[in-house]
Design a protein around this ligand. Structure first.
Ligand code: SF4
Length: 259
């Protein structure tokens, strides 16, 4: 037996144990292909009474139809669906930062990902804690559709761990990446084998799906975002010009990247 097989067997045992102990499994669903495929797997593995789907809504910043895809998948499986909303939008976050500290870059950086923590992780945690309290769950297994192939940073993530930072005297949190080892074709294969369709933006050539304009997106996805919502694109460009900083991690302006 190989070392990776041993690790994956150990994870399987821990997950079985957590299912038996009545842990709450939380499927983070962005509407993208990875969370879509992850949920297909979770539904087969975790009893419905211990599984909820959470979507962090980015409002007009996110691809149209992403929230609806997550909602419909949850409804088809008879699972609770929770939308977590931040108290600010990405553009408001940038504006506030510019007003308070104009001397530092106003947009989130790829390394600190303030957008992910403030607009997604924080609001999701708040909603999950609320749900766990109302329904008597003490142990939470937060499931994310992150894959090793996506980036060197994600390749380094361990597929299952105790999340000490988010655990407290009330809740114990684990983080589980159920599709960490899968390739992109395998992800699309899972969705197809289930007789489902991924979000329509993939058919338009999108590589990833979340914000229409992501600090880490490739040029093609940014161009698609611009085509999809030119008014929102103009707001991003206006804010780049007002702050004097670029949104994209390449430090190239959105106008140039999408030319
Ligand atoms: S999709 Fe990109 S820009 Fe949007 S919250 Fe995530 S990292 Fe930030």
């Amino acid at each position: 037996m190989s070392a990776s097989q041993t690790v994956s067997d150990q994870i399987d045992q821990q997950i079985d144990q957590l299912v038996a102990e009545n842990a709450l499994f939380v499927g983070n669903h962005s509407g993208g292909k990875d969370s879509h495929a992850m949920l297909i797997r979770l539904i087969k593995r975790v009893p419905a009474k211990q599984l909820i789907i959470v979507h962090a809504s980015l409002g007009e910043m996110e691809w149209p139809g992403a929230m609806e895809l997550a909602r419909d998948q949850a409804a088809a499986a008879g699972l609770p669906f929770i939308v977590a909303t931040a108290t600010k939008t990405l553009l408001e976050m940038v504006e506030r930062r510019f007003e308070s500290r104009p001397e530092v870059p106003s947009w989130p950086s790829a390394s600190t990902r303030q957008c992910t923590s403030d607009l997604k992780r924080g609001p999701i945690q708040r909603e999950v804690r609320r749900y766990a309290k109302a329904n008597g769950f003490k142990v939470i297994v937060n499931c994310l559709g992150l894959r090793a192939q996506e980036s060197p940073g994600r390749a380094k993530r361990v597929p299952f761990r105790l999340n000490e930072r988010d655990s407290n005297s009330v809740n114990t949190w684990y983080e589980w990446l159920p599709i960490h080892n899968l390739s992109t074709p395998e992800v699309f294969g899972i969705i197809e084998d289930a007789g489902q369709k991924p979000h329509w933006a993939y058919a338009e050539g999108n590589d990833r799906l979340s914000c229409l304009f992501c600090i880490m997106a490739n040029k093609h996805d940014l161009k698609n975002g611009r085509k999809q919502n030119p008014e929102l694109f103009d707001k991003y460009v206006a804010l780049e010009q007002r702050t004097g900083y670029t949104m994209h991690m390449s430090r190239i302006s959105l106008l140039e990247l999408t030319a």
